[in-house]
Ligand binder design. Structure first.
Ligand code: SF4
Length: 206
């Protein structure tokens, strides 16, 4: 995959806070829609934890409308920002925790599930935890016939056991799965010709 797609330099974002916010915005929507919301937040000088913790909800809803589920997402982002400032004073202070503590804190926020929490830990806090998403599950199912409904943490722990614990490796492999899933291993009608995994893939051999 690396040979095919090159190093992915993920996650796009100019700051930890931008990555943090975009990890929430990208839930159930495409990255293009997230980019529009992030641009508007930047244009309005609002991409700061202090600004988003005190913003009027309807203003934030309007700004992030392109990201879908904007009412829930606006409430979620504002509440989480407020809680971080109240309990940890800053995002950096929160990110100073060890991986397990940080993960437990993130998972306790309303609206942050395991994929979002782990994306934040890996790409914003820059700590090595492997991120699983629907692309990863689909590709692992097709290539190795691993149960597509496998538990998130079971698959995460499998990668963490098999790979060297390396931040950039974890970052890039997740990004490679996304590139493969978007360009070749699509949900319907995968494009196996040209796929870099086709020689290893059980699905292709069926
Ligand atoms: S060979 Fe086809 S099914 Fe297998 S990983 Fe590639 S695109 Fe998916």
């Amino acid at each position: 995959m690396l040979k095919k797609f090159g190093f992915q330099y993920w996650w796009p974002g100019e700051s930890k806070f931008e990555i943090f916010v975009s990890a929430i915005l990208t839930q159930q929507t495409s990255w293009k829609n997230v980019e529009k919301s992030i641009k508007l937040l930047k244009d309005n000088n609002l991409l700061k934890i202090e600004a988003l913790s005190s913003i009027k909800l309807n203003k934030l809803e309007n700004i992030i409308k392109s990201s879908g589920y904007y009412r829930q997402k606006a409430k979620k982002i504002k509440n989480i920002c407020r809680s971080i400032l109240k309990n940890y004073k800053s995002l950096d202070n929160l990110f100073n925790r060890d991986i397990q503590t940080l993960r437990e804190i993130l998972l306790n926020f309303n609206g942050i599930g395991r994929e979002t929490a782990d994306s934040i830990i890996l790409y914003a806090a820059e700590k090595p935890i492997f991120v699983i998403d629907a692309y990863t599950k689909r590709i692992m199912y097709r290539v190795y016939n691993i149960d597509e409904n496998i538990d998130y943490d079971l698959l995460r722990q499998y990668f963490e056991k098999e790979l060297d614990t390396n931040l950039n490796l974890y970052k890039d492999i997740h990004a490679q799965f996304v590139a493969l899933g978007k360009n070749y291993c699509k949900k319907n009608n995968p494009i196996c010709d040209g796929c870099p995994l086709k020689n290893y893939c059980l699905y292709k051999k069926l």
